[in-house]
Design a protein around this ligand. Structure first.
Ligand code: HEC
Length: 178
């Protein structure tokens, strides 16, 4: 229950915490490093694909092989043709400014390269990094096909993935430092 005494005690604790953190001698001084993690550049084999395509591994995959892989490794959670599964639907392009926009790959991903990166590093969730580069290219191609971005006979690889223009590439407002 709220009482004036409790309020006074909370105020005192808050004051103490502030006094501990905001020691004027510490302000503007670089705090000691925590020694946690490693700088990205220092790690030669880092497996990150950047939006502009840097870091893409060599390889390629077709919509057709992606469809087969999808049925085996993804459909149980994401549903047939990317709709209706418990893991969230991946296809559908209802307009963002409509009453019920699809939160899908076609609508919410500004770059095809980062879709590839995400699939390769995180899917399926019980076996991250289990897909080969070719598999991840094929699955990306299939998902983009399901979203109406690529034709059924398309093939994606290190040479053309970064050239795909996602429908909402320019529909995001970047957060800038003020
Ligand atoms: C065991 C269930 C499961 C399986 C199997 C699975 N996924 Fe997922 N997937 C999820 C869940 C849950 C999420 C949401 C994760 C989150 O939001 O953190 C997700 C998210 C995604 C997303 C991001 C969706 C978005 O727009 O935010 C993509 C793309 C995706 N999965 C692709 C795949 C592919 C490709 C496969 C097959 C290789 C696959 N998933 C297999 C459960 C699964």
């Amino acid at each position: 229950m709220f009482t004036p005494e409790r309020f006074a005690v909370s105020l005192a604790i808050a004051g103490l915490a502030f006094a501990t953190c905001a020691n004027p001698a510490d302000l503007g001084r670089e705090l000691p490093h925590t020694q946690l993690g490693r700088p990205l550049d220092a790690e030669p084999g880092v497996l990150t694909v950047w939006p502009d395509g840097r870091g893409l591994p060599s390889g390629a995959g077709s919509v057709a092989s992606g469809a087969q892989l999808y049925a085996e490794r993804c459909q149980a959670c994401h549903g047939e043709r990317g709709t209706g599964g418990s893991g969230g639907h991946l296809s559908g392009r209802s307009p963002l400014d409509g009453p019920n926009p699809d939160r899908t790959v076609g609508n919410y991903w500004p770059y095809a390269t980062t879709v590839f990166d995400y699939i390769r590093r995180a899917m399926p969730p019980q076996a991250p990094w289990s897909l080969s580069a070719n598999d991840a290219y094929a699955l990306t191609a299939y998902l983009l096909h399901l979203n109406g971005i690529l034709p059924a006979d398309a093939r994606l690889g290190s040479d053309n993935l970064s050239k795909v223009e996602m429908p909402n590439r320019f529909g995001f407002i970047p957060i800038r430092e003020r």
